[in-house]
Design a protein around this ligand. Structure first.
Ligand SMILES: Cc1cc2nc3c(=O)[nH]c(=O)nc-3n(C[C@H](O)[C@H](O)[C@H](O)COP(=O)(O)OP(=O)(O)OC[C@H]3O[C@@H](n4cnc5c(N)ncnc54)[C@H](O)[C@@H]3O)c2cc1C
Length: 402
């Protein structure tokens, strides 16, 4: 039976940065990362927008606010140190209707509370930064937003961790646990551990339940589809153009992002999906799971907390290219239907729902037992936040074991 002091389940950005932090504090400890896929980046960490957010969306009392802006700076430092391409291209967030104006003020207040640089702009100010954007009266400029090549970050972390002695076991799915024996059951035998970090992304809830946790939550998958702009039209977007979001929901709305290689993507949607890995139309749907998701979606729809019904209508509409294009043209009206090319880019956001309140959980959630810690709801901006978030996770372990 294999054995390690620390076992990390999942080689996404959270698992990798957790391994990185552990090696920093416990260089002599043995650390293993168990990953069910044959390669890194098959799920959220390899399928995101690659935007390093400033943290302006989150109230100062949230865990997201504590780790987002700090995480972005640490990610940029890491990129500087290891020659990973990133660009501090900034972003404009624009109001598209009268109802957005109070939210603009709220975001600016968040920025002041958390010491994030942000500037309120009038229409002319927005157009100086993004000449083709179409704000309704106002916008916000966030100079510290950046774009990064997510794949390069994952690969570099893997290289450094391997050099420092971290053992990677790919193609190894964790299926169960015998907690009193400190033993994980996996697709290729048992693995004994001193302490487990569950960083399994869209499956983190399933693993947490094996440890007797995650009782108050269920996970619902939301599909993020992207289109790509034709090369000849990428000049319509200089950096990042985002709408003012509905801050009662954990999604930022379809936006335009100029990624590190200069391509411009429009997306992602947040369409309810019927499987944790339902990347295609039917791919990744299992009957039991699909029924569970359908049941919980129906309950949320009927309860209609935080305008869930309106969100579902608007997002399902975006399965149609016409509706998707309408959402994008509210940001940049000059974009035409034939400027959009299909892109293979699609991701799933594993969104936690609180069963007691019947609301989508907005913040990161962490639960633990004496020998394990579970990262639940590692939704956006978990990529941005990863280094600072993992520092906090390891700090929690250290405090509990002092
Ligand atoms: C469409 C989209 C756009 C996004 N855009 C941004 C953005 O611009 N900026 C930002 O900061 N964030 C963004 N995010 C969010 C961000 O990508 C995620 O929050 C982050 O990548 C989560 O990382 P993770 O390590 O928790 O999960 P993952 O990357 O999903 O990694 C979890 C890993 O665990 C493995 N695993 C699962 N179950 C098991 C098991 N039983 N045994 C072993 N291994 C297992 C999986 O194979 C996977 O590799 C976006 C997300 C999506 C979907």
């Amino acid at each position: 039976m294999s054995s390690s002091d620390f076992v990390i389940i999942g080689a996404g950005i959270i698992g990798l940065t957790t391994a990185f932090e552990l090696k920093k504090h416990f260089p002599k400890a043995s650390v293993a990362v168990l990953e069910k896929e044959p390669a890194l980046g098959r799920h959220a960490s390899g399928r995101n927008s690659g935007v390093l957010h400033s943290g302006i969306y989150y109230g100062a009392d949230t865990l997201k606010a504590k780790v987002c802006s700090k995480g972005a700076f640490r990610m940029m430092e890491f990129a500087d140190e290891h020659g990973i391409p990133y660009r501090r291209s900034g972003k404009v967030i624009i109001a598209t209707r009268e109802q957005d104006i109070p939210t603009v003020e709220r975001l600016l207040q968040n920025a002041r509370d958390s010491g994030i640089r942000a500037e309120k702009l009038d229409e002319k100010g927005v157009k100086e930064i993004e000449p083709y954007a179409n704000p309704y009266r106002v916008g916000i400029y966030s100079p510290d937003t950046a774009v990064i090549d997510s794949w390069s970050v994952l690969e570099k972390l893997r290289e450094l961790l391997t050099q420092s002695g971290v053992h990677f076991a790919l193609n190894r799915t964790v299926t169960d646990v015998a907690e009193k024996d400190k033993c994980l059951f996996t697709s290729s035998g048992k693995y004994s551990y001193g302490y487990v970090f569950n960083c399994a992304g869209a499956s983190a809830d399933l693993i947490a339940r094996k440890f007797g946790l995650c009782r108050d939550y269920t996970l619902l998958p939301f599909k993020g589809l992207y289109y790509k702009l034709r090369k000849e039209r990428v000049n319509l977007v200089r950096s990042n153009i985002y709408p003012v979001p509905d801050i009662s929901l954990p999604f930022l709305g379809v936006h335009l992002t100029r990624v590190i290689n200069g391509d411009v993507y429009a997306g992602p949607t947040a369409i309810p999906a019927f499987g944790r890995e339902n990347y295609g139309v039917l791919q990744g749907i299992r009957l039991g799971e699909g029924m569970r998701v359908g049941w919980h979606l129906a309950r949320l729809y009927l309860r209609n907390q935080r305008s869930f019904r309106r969100m579902v209508h608007s997002e399902i509409g975006k399965y149609s290219k016409t509706h998707f294009i309408e959402a994008t043209r509210r940001l940049v009206p000059d974009i035409m239907a034939d400027d959009f090319l299909p892109s293979g880019k699609v991701g799933i956001r594993p969104q936690l729902v609180n069963l007691r309140t019947q609301k989508l959980e907005m913040d990161f959630v962490v639960e633990s037992t004496p020998s394990s810690l579970h990262v639940l709801n590692a939704i956006s901006p978990a990529f941005t936040s990863a280094f600072a978030f993992s520092e906090l996770l390891v700090e929690r372990y250290r405090t509990a074991h002092d």
